[in-house]
Design a protein around this ligand. Structure first.
Ligand SMILES: Cc1cc2nc3c(=O)[nH]c(=O)nc-3n(C[C@H](O)[C@H](O)[C@H](O)COP(=O)(O)OP(=O)(O)OC[C@H]3O[C@@H](n4cnc5c(N)ncnc54)[C@H](O)[C@@H]3O)c2cc1C
Length: 392
């Protein structure tokens, strides 16, 4: 057992770091006001330019086979790349396409779908959002009621989706809709691809508690898509979604964000030595956070090594996911506490320390324990699939 990356992998990490330092405009993260629509658009433009350059290097989906635009690289390399992008908080929006839509199309899509949809994901030119949740279907996703009804050569979609991350910034949607309302609820769902500019789609912004427009409410009013946009078998969508959710929970990045917050806090502590003299106990909080970041990292690498060995991580992904999401919140809370009352200040406040990054990090981390399945749902998976305990 060797927990180290190879010298080549470490060299690749440095190459990615240098690339990001070079390509991200100076001051972009402190100067753009993400609480305005102009700021959201400016970040999206930076992200689109960056994605295209990453795509030119075939980094975006590097673990994919070359025929779909990847490099056939190892999962270790893919994880290194994702970690560095997450650490820099680069404003890219390609991850849903790369991490679960593309892999699902590879498994269930037709040859035509693979040829049409996979290369533009890998080249960093087309982005995807995920259309699962509805006002009446979140944790209990199988209750979804958006309908897709066959009509000649088309499906007609009607319904409402919610919390659609990046719905306003993406080209395609990965949709779960009900195709047989009379079947038991898990047996009447299908998955589709939907162009986001199709007539009949209305996208309304949902602004999160940090003032950022990241997700949306979406309405489908007689949206017509060709039949060839059905992915996989009709009414087998639930089983395909289960696999897509395994892919989703296996995605790395959460621990890199915690590491970034901790590094910011440590920078502040080094520059303000008197803090530790006044409150020596802070040392223990920081030491604890370092231990936890290390643990989170190893849990993520376990998922990576299973993927590398050709296994499908399942409850192992939930362990890694729930730990990383809660870790982000703990580390951000530690940072806020360490800065005292200054920690709660918005970046625009003249009194803010660390450019208000702790306030941003904490508010931004709250959704982590809800997205991709709440912490309770992840623990249910660990209890049932990991420990073999009964469902209720
Ligand atoms: C930042 C963020 C991004 C998101 N992005 C997307 C996206 O791009 N696309 C998309 O489709 N959705 C997205 N979502 C929605 C997300 O998937 C749902 O919010 C989530 O699945 C929970 O569903 P819900 O909000 O309906 O809560 P509910 O399911 O109503 O849950 C409410 C509470 O009950 C608990 N609960 C429910 N069932 C159980 C159970 N069986 N056992 C124990 N506790 C239970 C939950 O843990 C939670 O605390 C996003 C959410 C967030 C916060």
């Amino acid at each position: 057992m060797d927990f180290r990356f190879t010298p080549e992998e470490e060299a690749f990490r440095q190459e990615v770091q240098q690339f990001l330092d070079q390509e991200l405009p100076p001051g972009w993260d402190d100067e753009i006001d993400e609480e305005t629509e102009e700021g959201v658009q400016a970040l999206a433009e930076i992200g689109a330019r960056l994605s295209k350059k990453m795509g030119e290097r075939r980094w975006v989906a590097m673990a994919w086979p070359p025929e779909y635009g990847g490099l056939g690289a190892s999962y270790a390399q893919q994880v290194i790349f994702s970690e560095e992008v997450a650490y820099k908080e680069a404003p890219v929006v390609y991850s849903m396409g790369v991490n679960w839509v593309g892999p699902s199309i590879m498994l269930y899509g037709s040859d035509e779908q693979k040829k049409c949809f996979l290369p533009p994901i890998a080249s960093g030119e087309e982005f995807w959002c995920t259309l699962y949740s509805e006002p009446g279907a979140g944790s209990d996703l199988a209750s979804l009621s958006t309908r897709a009804v066959a009509d000649g050569d088309e499906f007609v979609i009607n319904g409402e989706k919610v919390w659609t991350t990046w719905g306003h910034l993406t080209h395609w949607g990965w949709l779960a809709a009900r195709t047989d309302p009379d079947a038991p609820k898990h047996k009447g769902i299908s998955t589709f691809v939907v162009p986001m500019n199709a007539p009949g789609i209305t996208i309304l912004p949902l602004v999160n508690m940090a003032g950022y427009h990241g997700f949306n409410q979406m309405y489908f009013d007689n949206v017509r898509i060709p039949k060839k946009y059905l992915v996989g078998e009709l009414n087998r969508g639930w089983y395909q979604l289960a696999v897509a959710l395994d892919f989703e929970r296996s995605s790395s990045g959460g621990v890199a964000r915690a590491r970034r917050i901790l590094d910011d806090v440590m920078q502040f502590v080094r520059e303000n030595r008197s803090l530790l003299e006044e409150r020596p106990v802070l040392r223990h909080g920081l030491a604890e956070a370092v231990i936890e970041v290390e643990v989170g990292q190893q849990l993520a690498y376990r998922v990576m090594s299973m993927q590398q060995a050709g296994q499908v991580p399942n409850y192992e992904s939930s362990i890694s996911r729930v730990y990383a999401a809660e870790l982000d919140q703990r580390v951000a809370r530690l940072g806020i506490g360490l800065l005292g009352l200054y920690g709660q200040l918005h970046p625009k406040s003249r009194w803010a320390k660390l450019q208000g990054r702790m306030e941003r990090a904490y508010l931004g981390s709250i959704g982590d324990t809800i997205a991709t399945g709440t912490s309770e749902i992840q623990r249910n998976i660990i209890a049932t699939r990991g420990l073999g305990l009964p469902r209720d």
